[in-house]
Structure formats: structure tokens, C-alpha cells
Design a protein around this ligand. Structure first.
Ligand code: PNS
Length: 160
């Protein structure tokens, strides 16, 4: 059974993440979407809220599960018996950070490979930070996130 871990902050999950999850789920027997619990990232949504949104939008994918982790990613992946870490690559600007992370993770744990999927060109410009900014300012986010995530963003940013 080949298990891959797709780690990230997912604050919140976008359609770009979902595209990577759908394609990753076809490549591996099981895929765990692992939400980082690291509070230093100051996420807008709690880990519980982020996991709940991911669970809802991946409910149609039987070999995908959602979990959270703290500490080193390679320790978590090792404890789960994963063979790969999955990451999406959008533009060339992602490369340096992703390359650095992949090399550090390889240094820390030789047994685990980082597998990159190119983001669909529809989503190369998309990230959670931009989606939050547009949502906060009342812009249209229908093509960026699922209806459930849109609703959660609107609830989060609604004015009292
Ligand atoms: O979605 P993000 O914020 O780009 O995800 C980054 C993440 C969570 C994958 C990365 O910060 C991470 O792996 N954090 C766990 C701590 C760790 O293992 N650090 C060493 C590898 S760089």
C-alpha cells in the first residue's frame, strides 16, 4: 500500500489544492492531506476548521483522508509509513522554496521522496492568501474555492 502525504497550511483549501489532491489520489493507493498545526503561521482558520473544510470537499474521494500534524513533517510521514510527500508547483517562484524544503526533508529522512505535480494552468496564480484578501474585501471568489469554503470565508470576514 503506497501512502503519500500532502502537507500544507490550507488556510483555506483552494481549488488549486483540490486539483493536486484529485490527481495525487490517482497516483497513490492512499493520500493523507496533512494540515500543519503550527500556530506561528497565524492562520485565519483553526486546524479543526481547516480539516473540516478539506474533509467536506474531498468526501467524494474514497482513498483520501485528512489529518493534522505538528513538529517535523518527515517524522509525521515516517510514523504513518508514507513513501512520498506530495507538493504542487505553480510558477517558477515556487521552485526555490519547494526545492529547499525537498532537500531538507531528504537530508532528514532518506526513505521518503518528494513528488511534485504541476498545478493546472487554471490555478497558477491562486493561493490561500490572495483568496482571503479578495474575500475580505468582498470580491468574487467562486472560481477560487468550493461553495462551502466560500461560505466559511464569508462567515469569517462578515462585518459585525
Ligand atoms: O502550505 P504551506 O504553508 O506551503 O506548507 C508548508 C509546510 C507545512 C509543508 C512546511 O512548513 C512544513 O513541512 N512544516 C513542518 C515543519 C518541518 O518539517 N520543517 C522542515 C521542512 S522545511
Amino acid at each position: 500500500m503506497r501512502l503519500a502525504i500532502y502537507p500544507g497550511t490550507f488556510d483555506p483549501i483552494t481549488n488549486g489544492h483540490l486539483d493536486i489532491i484529485e490527481r495525487g489520489a490517482q497516483l497513490f493507493d492512499r493520500l493523507t492531506v496533512a494540515v500543519t498545526n503550527n500556530p506561528s503561521k497565524s492562520p485565519v482558520f483553526t486546524a479543526h476548521e481547516r480539516m473540516e473544510m478539506i474533509r467536506s470537499v474531498t468526501a467524494n474521494l474514497p482513498n483520501v483522508e485528512v489529518d493534522s500534524f505538528s513538529g517535523l513533517l518527515v517524522d509525521y510521514a515516517g510514523s504513518r509509513g508514507a513513501c512520498a510527500l506530495l507538493r504542487g508547483l505553480r510558477a517558477i517562484s515556487d521552485f526555490e522554496y519547494e526545492f529547499q524544503m525537498a532537500l531538507v526533508n531528504r537530508k532528514l529522512s532518506h526513505g521518503i521522496a518528494t513528488v511534485f505535480l504541476m498545478a493546472h494552468e487554471r490555478y497558477t496564480y491562486l493561493n490561500s492568501t490572495i483568496v482571503k484578501e479578495v474575500a475580505k474585501l468582498g470580491g468574487e471568489i467562486d472560481s477560487f474555492v468550493s461553495p462551502l469554503v466560500k461560505e466559511r470565508l464569508q462567515q469569517k470576514f462578515q462585518k459585525p
